[in-house]
Each structure stands twice: as C-alpha cells, then as structure tokens.
Write a protein of this length. Sequence first.
Length: 598
Amino acid sequence: MPENNLPSSNIKSNLITTTPVAPAVGGPTNNNLETILKTRNLVSDQDLAAAKLEHINTGASLEDILIQRKVLDVGTLTKIKAEEFGIPFIDVNNLEIASYILDLIPETLAVKYQVLPFKEEGMDLDLAMADPLDLQTIAIIEKRATRRIKPFQADPSIIKLVIEQQYTKALGNEVTEALREVSADEEVGVTNIDAMMGTNLSTKNLEDAPVARIVGQILQYAIRTKASDIHIEPGEKQTRIRYRLDGVLVERLNLPGSIHENLVSRIKILSNLKIDEKRVPQDGRFKAQLGSTIIDLRISTLPTVYGEKVVMRLLEGTGKAIGINQLGLRGDGLRKFQANLDKTVGMILVTGPTGSGKTNTIAAALQTVNKPGVNIVTLEDPVEIRVPGTNQVQVNPQAGLTFASGLRSILRQDPNIIMVGEIRDFETAELAIHAALTGHLVFSTLHTKSAAAALPRLYDMHVEPFLLASTINMVIGQRLVRILCTACRKAHPVTDPEFKVISEHLGKFTPNNLKTIQIYEPVGCKVCNDSGFTGRTGIFEVMEMNSKLGESIVDRLPEQEIQIIAIQNGMTTMLQDGFMKVIAGETTIEEVLRVAED
C-alpha cells in the first residue's frame, strides 16, 4: 500500500499574549564577511579579489557573488553566520517532528516565512528559520503559535523543501483520523453529506466534517506538488487516489471503498453537479485556494462497475506565460520559430497529444508578439494561461459560443492576431484559414502525433490543400520529457547499447566524441521526492513551410512522405531533439523513447 503523505491542516487557534524574544546577537561585530572568511581560510586571496571586483562593478553582495561563483555553498556560509551571531544552527534534513508541533503553524505560513517548528518545551517553541534575525517574523509566528520562539539558523537553500516534506508526512495522521470519524458514524451516506452542507451548519462544522477534510487534504497535496490531474478511482474494496506529476500517474493513497460514494458526493456538491445522478457522465468546475495560489478545477465523473470515477484537472487561475527561451526550443528550431513570429499574416500550428505543452508554447508566442500596436484576440477552452494585454475569450458551447461562432465574431473585432485554442472541425478550420488569407496572423493547435501529421489531418476535415499551402507558415510538433534532478543524477560513460540507440536516432547530428561523453541516469533524493526528476521541458520538431512542402501538400502526399521532405529541408525531429537533450544531461534515453517513439 502506498505511503499516505498528504499535508496536515489542523490549526490551533487559542491565543495568549507573548513578547517577541530577540535572538542573542553576539560574536565579533567588527568583523565583516571578508575578514571572517580570511580568518577561517575559506576563500583564497585570488577568489576574494575577483569577487570584490565584481561587487564594485555590479553592486551585488559579496555573499551572492561567492555563492554564484561556487567559491562557497549556502550551507557553509549559513553555519558561519550562525556562529558569528551566536545563533544555534540546526540541520533540518533529518528532523523527526511530531504532527501536533506542525499544527502550531499552518503550512502556508511556514512556507511564506521560511520557518519550521521542530520542538516544544512548555510554552517555548524551537523554530528553524532561514533568517533568524527577522524579529518581525518571530513576532508574527509567536502570535500565531501562542508560544515563545527560540530561533535556530537553518540552511536557506533547503528549508523550503524540508517544510514541504515535513507537512507532507502528516497525510497519514489526518486521513486516518478522518476515517475513524467516518467509521464511527454508522449512518454516513449521501443524506448525511447533504445535511452537512445545509445552512443550519456553521462554516467551521463544514470544514471539520471528516469527508470534507479528506477531500481538502487530497486537493492540498495536489496543489502543493503541482499535480496536473487527480484520479479518484473506485475498486472492489478500496478507492485509489492517483496524481499526475510531471506527466506520470503516481499512486499516493488508498482509502476504504465504503467512503467512495461520500467523497464523490462532496466533490459533486463543490462542482454544482447532480448528486443523485450516477448513471451518466457529468462535467463541472469549482475554484480552490491554497495560500495565494488560486486553482481552477475541471471535474469529470464517469460511471464504472464499482462506482463513479472522478478526474479533476487543475488549472492555475493565476497562470502566467513563460518566455520562448524557457520552452526547451533551441538552435535552428528556435530561430525558425522567432522568424515566423515576426510575420503579420499566415498560420502557425502547434501539434501534439493532450498534455504535451501546446498551450504553454502558444502562450509564450502570444507574449512575444504582444505589443501596443496590435490587437490580439483568443478563443480558448478553457483559458489556462493569462497573457496580459490580450483579449482572451472562454468558449461556452452551452450558450452557443463555439470556436466557429466565436471566430466569426472575432473577425468583426478588428484583430491583428487571432488564437484559436483548437481546430476540431471543418467549419473552424475554414474560418481560421480564411482569416490567415485576409491579413491576420493565426495561431492554433491540432491533436496529431507529429508536425507532418497535421496536414493529412486537415485533409480529413475536407480543407482544400491549395489553401493550406498558401496559408501555413510553420507547424510545430512537441512532447514533454521529465528533467533529471541535478541534485542526485548520476553520470556514467555511454555504453555500447546506448551508443547504438543515440547514433541511430541522431544520424548526422551524432557528435564525433559520443563514446567519451558522459550521460546521466536518475537516482532519487529528497529534492525530487525520490523520483529522480524535477519538472519537464519540451522536445520539438519545427517544420517551416517552403515550396517543396507546398507542392507535397497540393499533391496530398501522406504523412511519411511529408516527414521525409521536411527532414531533407533541415527539420530536426522530436526524437533527435530529445537525444540532444540526453547528451546535454537534461533527461534520459528511456524518457525520450517513452514520450516520443511511435
């Protein structure tokens, strides 16, 4: 059974009057950092002189410069400062902290102020802090925890991670306790859940209700770990909770099957769905907030033999577009992309399966072309990423606002640039192409496995090939691969089987020194939650239109032949881009093959 590790949410609220206790500041106050480092022989005269020169030229602090130059690490510098100011240092990595101590300070507060309570003695609370000299933070925490604070210096580079890990451990206790309360109530069912939501109960009672707390824990964990989806799956005896983290489903919790119906009812109430309708799929939505993070949740229910399966898609309400340079596009592909963004007419298509990062790519493009002199209007379902300065429209089929009808209206809004979230049918495709023909730059997406497959897909929609040849500027195919955790990845020389796989896929791009290059494999550590990976990046193929490709479209050539022509014209395939990232130490061979191999 997987480890139960969602965060705790219990908070003590009784307040008592306390007085902030300032940390004992001792040590040689006339010693500056330079003198301290030289006295301890921690930095050479040459390194110190170079850092001081950079400090004079840039104004950056000596500390930051030495850390950036890797002359000192944050942990060593932190210990030195703690000793000089007479503040005890605490290694937060291996602390065993009781859940009732974590309950004294909410996780959102701990993350905001970078503090971690770890020991309680009477009315005194030992507190690990990134900055123990911050008296204002100490006063705030004392008031919230109703304890006198004894500050300890912790390593600022790892305290945030350890805070998340410690609060995560509380999942088992919280859910187990809530399950006990559910088990103690023999009458728990849909009726009781319905009554729990009645107006006769206070907000506090609603928040304390066991099933509501379990749902809250499930959502908190998803938001904190940046999961893209939550799967609540009924089985014969248990309900399985899985999260999609960095594109991979991971099982995190098993709950008794007896409470499954109650969980689904709670989610339906939040989503304004019909509780008593269990025979047909339903779709809904609601918003959740954790700290300053607001999440828009899209809910889908599906009847199965053991009950209703629920999938919750998490969309960050305050999501912002990233820059083009952060997508993972490089070299010739990046150059082509930027060159086509400078055009004022035509169509740019981004292709790939669901969850391949198409929305991020288009949002980055819109952010690049967004200037005071252009009018940008988008049609999206849903609006996932906000791009300030653009007019983003949410599609609403129930109200009659579809991609096709919305696109007709957009053309009367005097746009320069149009973004259609997805081309799904002939009507939308035809309108988008005519917009590109009549002086607009149009962005859109298609669900196809490669850039070359986009063209036959449009043939299937009965779009005239000669129109495609004259309007499409560029087609991008993409996938997302997981990035190796730099804290624990392990280097090894390229083996003979790996050499064969890499050279076969890279072809002419294979480096001459491949056999002497080291590549990396995942290991797993606290930083990456033992997965070996942290975050994702894109692998791309950029097919820029030219006369040869135009002729292939008019001749209705199949995907394979279009792909060959594109490669002959210099296109780097997704697999080749992925293997270049393997050589660069960013990901693994297995990861590239998992997401990009047909």
